[in-house]
Design a protein around this ligand. Structure first.
Ligand code: C5P
Length: 227
């Protein structure tokens, strides 16, 4: 059986990572959450004074990009790889609404994208990878054997993300989460460098009314057709 590359793109909180992780586990593939890498750079920018509500020192962040090392380490208890920034586990720190508020602005910077895309391509260069994000099928792996584009209504996505944040103990309002999902969609689809668009050869899956099991079955069917 050949090892293929599976690229999963789509809007925020479409549940890409949940199903991507399951598919990767089932196939014995590596799963890479590219959004976590943009979140890691954002977290770095926030904790080093380059970005806050009133100020964004883009040049300062760009000048310090070489100081940022992102890695993933598999956590056998959780069953997936956690993200590390300069060897410190930041898996929990990057999932907050605070990071979500700034991440799309950091992801607009071409120098940031260049650095992360290069690393993503290295991680997937021998195949057997499931990677999710916004530009995986269009920029990172334009030759991926299977490309999926996940969608769901903004309300459905905000509800999912809201439930997720509450479960993690964050004190947020549904309105704030919806606003963030809509803002990120806007910035991600309208930025100049690598905007979020469906690759011509991607298969669109609207999962607004699909259970996780249904999504898994549907994707596995597509994988088996590709292998
Ligand atoms: O996937 P997640 O929602 O965690 O991604 C956070 C943000 O990172 C996105 O809203 C987007 O701005 C950026 N991103 C990106 N390209 C990717 C993955 C994520 O620009 N491949």
């Amino acid at each position: 059986m050949k090892n293929i590359t599976i690229a999963i793109d789509g809007f925020s909180s479409t549940g890409k990572s949940t199903v991507a992780k399951q598919i990767a586990k089932h196939l014995g593939y590596v799963y890479v959450d590219s959004g976590a890498m943009y979140r890691a750079v954002t977290y770095y920018a926030m904790t080093h004074g380059f970005i806050n509500t009133n100020n964004f020192n883009v040049d300062g962040l760009i000048a310090n990009l070489d100081d940022i090392t992102i890695s993933f380490k598999f956590n056998p208890t959780l069953g997936f790889a956690e993200v590390y920034l300069n060897n410190i586990n930041i898996e929990k720190d990057i999932r907050t609404l605070e990071v979500s508020k700034f991440v799309s602005r950091v992801a607009e910077i071409s120098e940031v994208r260049q650095k992360l895309v290069e690393q993503q391509q290295q991680m997937g260069n021998s195949g057997g990878v499931v990677m999710d994000g916004r530009d995986i099928g269009t920029v990172v792996f334009p030759d991926a054997e299977l490309k999926l584009f996940m969608t769901a209504s903004a309300e459905t996505r905000a509800k999912r993300r809201y439930a997720e944040l509450l479960e993690r103990g964050e004190r947020v309002t549904y309105q704030d989460v919806l606003k963030n999902v809509e803002e990120r969609d806007y910035i991600d689809t309208n930025r100049e460098d690598s905007p979020l668009i469906k690759a011509k050869d991607a298969i669109q899956i609207d999962n607004s009314n699909m259970s996780l099991q249904e999504q898994f079955d549907e994707i596995l069917k597509l994988v088996n057709r590709t292998l």
